[in-house]
Write a protein that binds this ligand. Structure first.
Ligand SMILES: Cc1cc2nc3c(=O)[nH]c(=O)nc-3n(C[C@H](O)[C@H](O)[C@H](O)COP(=O)(O)OP(=O)(O)OC[C@H]3O[C@@H](n4cnc5c(N)ncnc54)[C@H](O)[C@@H]3O)c2cc1C
Length: 434
């Protein structure tokens, strides 16, 4: 019995056209994150009998977690600029996003009663700034479309006959659908379900997979006890520079290092440099809106009877955590602020060096780079070595910064994989199993 949805009238309007297939075809979608669910929706709309399997007790846990930060669904910039955010974008990923661009994702969210708005940075969010209402409506919609859900089913690979093999409640379960979509996610935040264990399963099938690496992640550094005491405090309106790239934004001091939007934006080159050299140095401009000469002039004024700390605080308006970072920057250069002239302190404030000695654990990363290489896929997101098996979402080998690019690629590839699966079913080629 279909459940009445609050946004019924908009349901069919915005979903991209999908061809229908003949009756009686079955699909298994493994992984109930946004990539798997959009694939399930498209397949069900095409008339396919769809079952979503997930190892967790509920679906979309990482998608819900993304809602804690407001659910940055996508970005409002022009498509060419948007596509340029994906380094070395694979042609199939580009085509998938062109076929389901940010405007289409916004319209889809709208159809779910999650109207979106463009924030000041150009990022797109649902008006309610969370995932739960959207996900609730989506699951109801999928139920109405006939999609079945099997929770607490861990996909463990293929059984002796090459059928999908799940473990549920300690028991082995074999499933033989006409078509399979794998949407198992990356390897961060394993407690939300995407534990990256599929790498061993598909690796054993000789599928080429780039190692899963943390991205949009924090870094570790050897803070002094003083700076560690500022853990949880933000450095606001700063700019970070690394390898010739400067990013404005915020960072957060953590117990063991640095995290936050501006750090995430540089995380890919920082991670690669640390992997190569063991450590690397990030430069922080604590006052990017104040010119060096102006700051030097202010800091060269006579300080009279004021203590150095008071003088610096009044002349710079920097927060205690930022000033501590400047003190530490001087120590790292083998000196102290008391020994430096105003112009040198100004130069330090405009370029505090922070030596990063490690990447924060993958468990804490927003996303992972690496995954199934695009060379393994055909144009319909099907594994060339395993006809009938399609792959989508963060388990593919693409990388992107935060800003809505992760979910946009996730949705677009989920839909592209479903369309590939639908085409495959239309030609009725039997699934070749693992
Ligand atoms: C804290 C945080 C905030 C984020 N905020 C944003 C944001 O604002 N904007 C944005 O664009 N992106 C954001 N992201 C990233 C975004 O959530 C992910 O890129 C997206 O969820 C990936 O979708 P997916 O469907 O590919 O994988 P997932 O959402 O990870 O789903 C994979 C599913 O597969 C299941 N699974 C895995 N292995 C198995 C198995 N062996 N058997 C059965 N089931 C299995 C998992 O249980 C899970 O349900 C955020 C991520 C985090 C961690």
């Amino acid at each position: 019995m279909p459940v009445k949805l609050p946004y019924e009238s908009a349901l069919t309007v915005t979903f991209p056209d999908v061809d229908t297939v003949s009756e009686g075809k079955t699909a298994v979608v493994v992984g109930g994150g946004p990539a798997g669910l959009i694939a399930a929706e498209a397949l069900a709309r095409a008339g396919v009998d769809v079952t979503v399997y997930d190892q967790m007790p509920s679906l979309g846990r990482k998608f819900l977690m993304a809602g804690r930060g407001g659910l940055n669904l996508t970005h409002s910039e022009e498509l060419p600029q948007f596509l340029a955010r994906y380094p070395d974008i694979a042609p199939v990923l580009k085509s998938a996003i062109e076929a389901f661009p940010p405007g289409a994702l916004r319209a889809w969210a709208d159809s779910m009663g999650a109207a979106t708005f463009v924030g000041s940075s150009g990022r797109v969010f649902p008006e309610l700034l969370k995932t739960s209402p959207l996900l609730r409506t989506w699951l109801l919609r999928l139920g109405n479309l006939g999609v079945k859900v099997k929770l607490r089913h861990r996909w463990a690979g293929f059984d002796g006959d090459g059928n999908l093999h799940f473990v549920a409640d300690g028991k082995d379960v074999s499933v033989v659908p006409d078509v399979i979509v794998l949407a198992l996610g990356g390897g961060s935040w394993a407690k939300l379900g995407s534990d990256g264990k599929w790498v061993d399963v598909l690796g054993a099938q000789k599928i080429a997979i780039s190692p899963l690496l943390p991205t949009n992640c924090g870094f570790t550094t050897a803070w002094s006890d003083v700076l560690r005491g500022f853990a949880g405090q933000p450095l606001k309106r700063i700019s970070l520079t690394f390898a010739g790239r400067t990013v404005r934004g915020e960072a957060m001091i953590t117990e063991r290092g640095l995290e936050g939007g501006a750090v995430y934006a540089l995380s890919s080159p920082l991670r690669d440099a640390i992997t190569k050299h063991g450590d690397t140095t990030l430069t922080i401009d604590l006052l990017p809106d104040v010119a060096l000469a102006k700051l030097a002039e202010r800091l060269s004024a006579p300080r009279g009877k004021q203590s150095l700390s008071n003088f610096l605080r009044k002349a710079t308006h920097l927060s205690p955590v930022a000033l501590s970072l400047v003190h530490e920057g001087a120590l790292a250069k083998g000196t102290t602020l008391a020994k430096l002239q105003g112009k040198d302190i100004a130069a330090l404030i405009k370029a505090v060096p922070v030596k990063l000695n490690g990447v924060a654990p993958i468990e804490t990363a927003i996303s992972t780079a690496g995954g199934i290489r695009f060379s393994e896929l055909d144009e319909g997101f099907m594994l060339k070595r395993a006809p009938g098996i399609f792959v989508a979402g963060e388990m593919l080998d693409w990388e992107a910064p935060t800003g809505g690019y992760l979910l946009q690629a996730t949705f677009a590839t989920g839909l592209a994989a479903a369309k590939g699966a639908i085409q495959f079913l239309r030609y009725s080629v039997p699934v070749k199993k693992g």
